[in-house]
Design a protein around this ligand. Structure first.
Ligand SMILES: Cc1cc2nc3c(=O)[nH]c(=O)nc-3n(C[C@H](O)[C@H](O)[C@H](O)COP(=O)(O)OP(=O)(O)OC[C@H]3O[C@@H](n4cnc5c(N)ncnc54)[C@H](O)[C@@H]3O)c2cc1C
Length: 267
């Protein structure tokens, strides 16, 4: 047998999903399954029960507010974001989602699952950190909204506690964004990544160099200032078979400059 025996429930309301997760410490939310099922197959994790969020209307859909704010349901897939006319209000979202893995992963994987995993090599944590996204989390005691600095807590660790569900991601208006990454092959996860926005001041978020996205605010979008901000950040990236710490730090500087340049050229 490939998987250990596991319970399965498909709640029909958010309240029921929260109750099922709350009353069983060993239960885990199931979104697209593109990380969770692989983790289970590798026996790196073995939840007692999967609480499938696929039937919850509350977690679906992309809404564009009159002020340009986007509200994206946690169960929205990468492919839905790529195809959404509303999501084009912040074009970088679709551009980056289109770079994630292959069409199968994009058809199943969700924005919520991507950031709840908080794998530092994933594309979306640094992007959403740079864009100033806010995450709404629902639990038995109601709803709360946190920004990315309080959402991403460590590798595979976020502010979503056991018994809670991420319901939506809110992204403010803006168009001048950029993203650059060096990946493992064309469709692979990131070895180093950088996301930038120059809507107003410059915000930069680096991926793959720490447990959580490293957010920096260079003095200006000029290349010298951007590179200096990365150099002065005292990065201590991991070394592995794909890249040494020194090479990752170097890539971060180069990618940060590319991401800011793309953001400046965006209209
Ligand atoms: C071959 C392959 C290549 C990949 N390449 C990339 C890549 O290049 N870039 C990239 O970014 N990702 C990549 N991924 C990961 C992929 O994007 C996953 O889809 C993503 O990491 C998890 O999203 P999911 O919807 O599948 O979540 P799941 O796997 O279902 O869940 C992941 C975790 O998040 C929790 N969770 C999910 N949704 C919620 C919620 N709403 N509330 C609370 N907890 C929740 C689950 O309990 C679980 O712990 C790849 C995956 C595969 C299989």
């Amino acid at each position: 047998m490939l998987l250990r025996e596991v319970g399965y429930a498909r709640p029909s309301s958010l309240a029921e999903a929260i109750q099922l997760l709350e009353e069983n410490d060993g239960a885990r939310a199931l979104a697209g399954g593109q990380t969770l099922i692989n983790v289970m197959k590798a026996r790196a994790g073995s939840p007692d029960a999967l609480i499938d969020l696929a039937g919850l209307d509350e977690l679906q859909g992309i809404e564009l507010g009159s002020d340009g704010t986007l509200e994206i349901g946690a169960m929205t897939t990468y492919s839905e974001i790529v195809a959404s006319s509303e999501a084009r209000a912040r074009p970088i979202l679709g551009e980056v989602c289109a770079q994630i893995a292959d069409v199968q992963v994009r058809n199943r994987g969700t924005i919520g699952g991507n950031i709840c995993t908080n794998d530092p090599t994933n594309h979306l944590p640094p992007l959403l950190a740079a864009l100033g996204a806010r995450m709404t989390i629902a639990g038995a005691d109601g709803e709360r909204t946190v920004d990315s600095a309080d959402f991403f807590l460590g590798v595979y660790l976020t502010a979503v506690a056991q018994g809670e569900v991420l319901t939506k991601v809110t992204i403010p208006a803006g168009r001048q964004d950029g993203f650059a990454a060096v990946t493992l092959g064309v469709e692979g996860t990131c070895i180093a990544s950088a996301a930038a926005t120059v809507n107003g001041s410059v915000t930069l978020a680096l991926g793959c160099v720490d447990a959580v996205p490293v957010v920096l605010t260079p003095a200006s979008p000029g290349e010298d200032d951007v590179r200096a901000a990365v150099r002065n950040a005292d990065l201590n990236p991991p070394s592995d078979v794909h890249a040494s710490a020194a090479y990752r730090a170097h890539l971060s500087e180069v990618l940060a400059a590319r991401a800011v340049k793309q953001a400046q050229e965006a209209s």
